[in-house]
Design a binder for this molecule. Sequence first.
Ligand code: CA
Ligand code: CA
Length: 223
Amino acid sequence: MPAKRKTFGTKRQEMAHKADRLSKMKLCHFTKQEVERLLQLFKEFTKAITEEVKRGKEGIHRSAFRDILHRHFDMTDDVLMDKVFKAFDADNDGYISDEEWVIGMSVFLKGTLEEQSRFCFGVYALRGEDSYIHREEMFMLLKDCLVQHQQEEDAEEMQKDLVEITLKKLDMDHDGRLSIEDYHKAIKQEVLMMESLGPCLPNARCRDSFLEIIADDKNKQKC
Ligand SMILES: [Ca+2]
Ligand SMILES: [Ca+2]
């Protein structure tokens, strides 16, 4: 079937061109081969969404992305996973496009300290009405971090204490709220504070095994 083979060949070429273009973007820390593998995965994750594709809305929707985070990155908190989804969905259209997928994964898996702290701050600040994270928002973010089987009164006191301790460590200009500048400064001093408001980056084990999936040699084997 030469016609079919030609279409397949053209699609491979298009993917290779796209991978080449994306791998040269400033925020992209992947090789061209790694981007190609990410684009292949993107195709696998989105192939079931035929209706959206017809409407020109090809992308990974919220629940499919939750499955990916759950399966590959051991994430279980729905609220946090939705926030990570929104951080990937840069144009806020409800779908993660192939470009958003590659750039998001680049920051998520291989980002510099500054890129990852910007990403985490973005995840935490998403519900905020301004560009600050206030005490009340911190309280909500930290609520689920504490063990749930405490007496309710004790738990609330502990949450309040935890907010004050965390705020003290992060609020570098002492104005009682967190700005992105506070956050960057605090992370530079103590990198362990990066995910102090909830886990939103992959742990080392999940990161390494996902990088293994998209590694160049695996790609060659598959071809
Ligand atoms: Ca999008
Ligand atoms: Ca501040």
